[in-house]
Design a protein around this ligand. Structure first.
Ligand code: 2HG
Ligand code: ZN
Length: 470
């Protein structure tokens, strides 16, 4: 067993005595994931104040043979920020590095440190009539470094793309402690390989993202939200086409919610759907800097009723009503956690395959887990569903995962549309990802973090780098 006391002393010299946490109660919150399904035993938690301290920590860790697990708001759903169990990994919390360094409303960019809370940056942008268009239920805790490192999705991907589409520049610290300053506020920059793309969605396995330049958009002045109920997913997809034709490029969210998800939210969050039930619900949002959205949304609902697509529906008449409709969607994850027994999947398939996927995956899961419930909801407009299974008692998790992911594979979909691989989906990634793609991923890791310093056992197995078994 390595004696890490000299390393701990060095970390205290770098960050200050109080910023190196070692007691079980102090590190507890950093040693488990949001779902509390993964647990680890870190050597310590370090909380640097700036990029220079991050670089010094990484150099120190590398020279003493400890690994580094970057840690943001801990809202991820793949256990990508949870340390391993051998007491040889430092959790590097970016939470103290939260400055908004620069906000340019004319160039529409914001330069921000990794520990800034997403919601805080969004609020700051709003003061300047700008929007940072990453919106997710966890935005009150999620940090920019984690948002970038997981290439976070959320409810507005349909309109603005994933986080990747918003990153203009990054500052990262590499395994040897080099600080790479790519914090350029440029819309156009074709000068060589776009290396920052590798760090976006790398889940902290290649380096530490310490700051980012993100693109802003004009703040929509007008926004309309509607809730509809429908009988089946084919019909929901028909309404999606209708929405694209009536609401057009103002369409900013198109979410699917199953009747089971609504029941869970009604049961655990004390909320109530204002419309008559269907098998499925659609939460549709349009937003724009121009007016006229309400008319467009009403046209959508009128046509949906005239064509017998919608069973019931309502357009929110005020901001409060819109928030109440969104609360039904935003409380699903929490309600599922309270219900217990949820086994999460984050899948995407091509639009044309969505209805077949649901039938086939339902049958496949029922075959291996009779009596399972289905808490299905998600970003239908992106072809991405959270296909969460409610297990009643003991179940073979791996068999359920295989049932879902094999169905995804038959439709050339993805087993992780937006949450990442982390620890949670690693074995399924290894089982389902084609060998050339795995080889390419290992080659990237080998080129940038050859010693396997960063986030071992996440996204790729530890053995592929260090050669030793986990
Ligand atoms: C969402 O869309 C999140 O609300 C969480 O991605 C999904 O809880 C989940 O499975
Ligand atoms: Zn989601």
């Amino acid at each position: 067993m390595t004696d890490f006391r000299p390393l701990l002393d060095e970390l205290r010299r770098i960050c200050g005595e109080n910023q190196v946490l070692t007691t079980a109660s102090d590190v507890e919150a950093y040693a488990t994931d949001w779902k509390r399904s993964a647990k680890g035993t870190p050597l310590c938690v370090v909380r640097p104040a700036n990029t220079a301290e991050v670089a010094a920590i990484i150099k120190a860790a590398g020279s003493h043979g400890a690994a580094v697990v970057p840690h943001g708001g801990n809202t991820g759903l793949a256990a990508g920020a949870t340390p391993g169990n051998h007491g040889d990994e430092i959790v590097l919390s970016l939470g103290r590095m939260k400055a908004i360094r620069d906000l340019d409303p004319v160039g529409m960019t914001v330069e921000v440190e990794a520990g800034a809370i997403l919601q805080t940056v969004r609020h700051e942008a709003e003061k300047h009539d700008r929007l940072l268009p990453v919106s997710l239920a966890a935005e009150g805790s999620a940090m920019i470094g984690g948002i970038v490192s997981t290439n976070a999705g959320g409810i507005n991907v349909l309109r603005y793309g994933m986080t990747r589409a918003l990153v203009l520049g990054l500052e990262v610290v590499l395994a040897d402690g080099t600080v790479v300053d790519g914090l350029r506020h440029l819309r156009k920059d074709n000068a060589g390989y776009d290396w920052k793309q590798l760090f976006i969605g790398a889940e902290g396995t290649l380096g530490v993202v310490t700051a980012a330049v993100l693109r802003l958009v004009p703040l929509p002045r007008d926004s309309v939200t509607a809730l509809l109920s429908v009988a089946d997913v084919e019909t929901a997809l028909g309404i999606f086409t209708l929405a694209q034709n009536t609401v057009g490029d103002a369409l900013s969210a198109f979410e699917l919610i199953s009747a089971t998800s609504i029941s869970l939210v009604e049961k655990h969050a004390g909320l109530k759907s204002p419309i008559a039930a269907g098998e499925w619900y659609l939460l549709v949002e349009a937003s724009s800097s121009l007016s006229g959205l309400e008319t467009a949304m009403e046209t959508l609902l009128t046509e949906a009723f005239e064509r017998d697509l919608a069973l019931d529906g309502v357009v929110a008449a005020s901001h409060q009503q819109a928030q109440a409709l969104w609360a039904l969607r935003e409380h699903i994850t929490e309600a599922e956690a309270r219900e217990g027994g949820g086994l999460k999947h984050d899948i995407s398939v091509p639009f044309g395959a969505m209805a077949d996927f649901l039938i086939e995956a339902g049958n496949a899961v029922a075959a291996v887990c009779p009596g399972a419930g289905f808490n299905v909801f998600g970003h239908l407009g992106d072809g991405n569903l959270h296909y969460n299974i409610l297990l009643n008692g003991a179940a073979d998790h791996e068999a359920v995962n295989r049932a879902v992911h094999d169905t995804v594979g038959r439709h050339r979909g993805s087993i992780s549309a937006e949450h990442g691989i982390g620890r949670y989906r690693l074995s399924e990634w290894l089982r389902t990802k084609a060998e050339p793609e795995q080889r390419l991923s290992r080659a990237i890791k080998q080129a940038i973090d050859p010693g396997g310093l960063f986030n071992p056992g996440k996204l790729l197995p530890k053995t592929s780098i260090a050669g030793g078994a986990e």
